[in-house]
Ligand binder design. Structure first.
Ligand SMILES: NC(=O)c1ccc[n+]([C@@H]2O[C@H](COP(=O)([O-])OP(=O)(O)OC[C@H]3O[C@@H](n4cnc5c(N)ncnc54)[C@H](OP(=O)(O)O)[C@@H]3O)[C@@H](O)[C@H]2O)c1
Length: 401
C-alpha cells in the first residue's frame, strides 16, 4: 500500500483523485494539493473516503519540497500544467520521491512540446534510485502503450503509425476547449510536424485534413494533422517507423472561432502592454472561456481515440487498429467530469498503480512505451477505459487519401 501526492486540482486532477480513491488497496493515503486549496477541498468533498488537501505553488521547488516532506508520499502525480514539470521533478530528486506526469515540460514563452528537458534528468533519477514516468495520460500515454502492445503482439516491425483522436462530444457552448485552454490552443496553433523518412517535417498548422469514420457508430469526423509530443518518443523507441502522424477532430465551429481568435491576436503567447501592465493575450482568453472542468454537466457524445499501426509480420504486410471509446455522460455520472479529463485521469492512476505495485518500477526517466504494455492494458479494461483491437483490413481509412 502506498502514499500519493497529487498536484493540480483541475479537470484531470479531479478524475485522478476519484480514481485513486476507488483503489484503496494500492493508494492507502492521498493528498491533493494545488495553487487554490478551495478547489482541492471541493474535490475531496465529492469522495467517499477522506483525503488530505493542501495549498502549494508548484513553480516553487522549496514549497514543493516542504509539502513532500510533510506528506511523505512514495509518488508525486503531477497533473498541474506542463510549466511545473521541472520544478516538481527537482523537488522529487531532492526528496527521493517517484514522479509521474501527463504532459511534457514546456517553457512559458515558446510552445515547443519537446522531451529533451525531462530526458536530461535520466542519470540524476537513476543515481537517486527513483523513477519518472512521462506522459501517462491518453495521448500521450495510452497511445504509447497501444503502440508497444501492437509491437509486442501483432507486428515484427512498425512502419506506419497514425494516432487518431476524435472527440465526438458536444458541450453545447459556442466555443470551449476540453482541457486547459491555454495549453490546448498553444498545441493546436503550433506548426504541424510529422515524422517521415528519418526526420520531422514541418507544415503549417491545420493545413492537412482527412475524414475518419469511427467504429461502433461514433460517426464520421473531419480530422486535422497536427504535432503531438508522443511522436517524438515513439519514433525514438521504434526506430523502424517510416512515417508517424497524429490527427485530431475539430468541428467547423471550433475551427471558425479559432481562426477569428488567431486573426485578432488573442492566441498570442507573448506579453502585450494593456493599461499600464503586461498581459499575455492567451492567458486573458483562458480567463473568459468556459472552465473545461465544468463542461461535464452539458457534454454529450463519445470520444474515440486509437492507433492505426501498419508494418510487417513474418514478411507480410499487416496492420491493427487499437482504440477506446468513452462516453462523456457515463464519465460525468461516475466522477463528475467529461471524457477528456476522464481519459487522461484514468491512465494517470493506472500508471501510478503500475509503479507502486512494482510492475513498472525501474530507476530513471521513462516514456510509457518502454514498459511492458500487458499489465497496463489489463488494468485499463478494469478501471474504465476498455479497448478493442481490429485488423487493419476493416479500418477503411487511408491517411494518404
Ligand atoms: N496526456 C493527455 O492525454 C492529456 C490530456 C489532457 C490534459 N493533459 C494535461 O493534464 C494537465 C492538467 O490539465 P487540466 O485540463 O486538468 O488543466 P486545468 O483544469 O487548468 O488544471 C490545472 C490545475 O493545475 C493548477 N496549477 C497551475 N499552476 C500551478 C502551480 N504553479 N502550482 C500548483 N498548482 C498549479 C491549477 O490551479 P488553479 O486552479 O489555481 O488555476 C489547476 O488546478 C495539463 O498538463 C494538460 O496538458 C494531458
Amino acid at each position: 500500500m502506498a502514499r500519493v501526492l497529487i498536484i493540480g486540482a483541475g479537470g484531470v486532477g479531479q478524475v485522478v483523485a476519484h480514481k485513486c480513491a476507488q483503489v484503496p488497496e494500492v493508494f492507502e493515503y492521498i493528498c491533493l494539493a494545488s495553487r487554490t486549496q478551495s478547489k482541492c477541498d471541493a474535490i475531496a468533498g465529492q469522495l467517499t473516503r477522506p483525503i488530505d488537501t493542501a495549498q502549494v505553488d508548484a513553480d516553487n521547488v522549496a514549497e514543493m519540497v516542504a509539502l513532500i516532506n510533510d506528506t511523505t508520499p512514495d509518488l508525486v502525480i503531477n497533473v498541474a500544467l506542463p510549466y511545473q514539470d521541472l520544478s516538481i521533478m527537482d523537488a522529487c530528486l531532492e526528496t527521493g520521491t517517484h514522479y509521474l506526469d501527463t504532459a511534457n515540460y514546456e517553457p512559458r514563452d515558446t510552445a515547443k512540446f519537446e522531451y529533451h528537458w525531462q530526458w536530461a534528468y535520466q542519470e540524476k533519477f537513476k543515481e537517486k534510485g527513483i523513477m519518472a514516468l512521462l506522459g501517462s495520460g491518453f495521448d500521450p500515454g495510452v497511445t504509447n502503450v497501444f503502440t508497444a502492445y501492437a509491437a509486442k503482439h501483432h507486428l515484427d516491425e512498425i512502419e506506419y503509425l497514425d494516432i487518431v483522436d476524435v472527440n465526438g462530444g458536444d458541450h453545447g457552448k459556442p466555443f470551449a476547449t476540453n482541457f486547459n485552454p491555454e495549453i490546448n490552443i498553444r498545441e493546436v496553433t503550433a506548426p504541424c510536424r510529422h515524422y517521415e523518412d528519418g526526420a520531422f517535417r514541418e507544415t503549417p498548422a491545420m493545413s492537412r485534413k482527412s475524414t475518419f469514420t469511427c467504429p461502433d457508430g461514433v460517426g464520421e469526423y473531419t480530422i486535422y494533422r497536427m504535432y503531438h509530443e508522443e511522436l517524438e518518443s515513439l519514433t525514438r523507441h521504434f526506430s523502424g517507423i517510416k512515417k508517424a502522424q497524429f490527427w485530431m477532430s475539430f468541428s467547423p465551429n471550433y475551427i471558425n472561432h479559432l481562426q477569428v481568435l488567431q486573426n485578432v491576436g488573442m492566441t498570442r503567447i507573448d506579453e502585450v502592454e494593456y493599461q499600464g501592465r503586461k498581459i499575455v493575450p492567451l492567458q486573458f482568453l483562458k480567463a473568459v472561456l468556459p472552465n473545461p472542468g465544468d463542461l461535464g454537466q452539458t457534454t454529450k457524445g463519445r470520444t474515440c481515440i486509437g492507433n492505426i499501426i501498419r508494418g510487417k509480420k513474418d514478411g507480410k504486410d499487416v496492420g491493427v487498429y487499437i482504440y477506446n471509446i468513452c462516453d462523456h455522460e457515463a464519465c460525468f455520472r461516475e466522477v463528475g467530469s467529461q471524457a477528456i479529463s476522464y481519459t487522461t485521469g484514468v491512465p494517470a492512476m493506472v500508471g501510478a498503480m503500475m509503479m507502486l505495485t512494482g510492475k513498472w518500477m525501474t530507476p530513471g526517466v521513462f516514456n510509457m512505451e518502454q514498459m511492458d504494455p500487458d499489465p497496463f492494458m489489463e488494468k485499463l479494461n478494469i478501471h474504465g477505459l476498455p479497448w478493442k483491437v481490429v485488423e487493419s483490413a476493416t479500418i477503411g481509412w487511408n491517411p494518404e487519401d
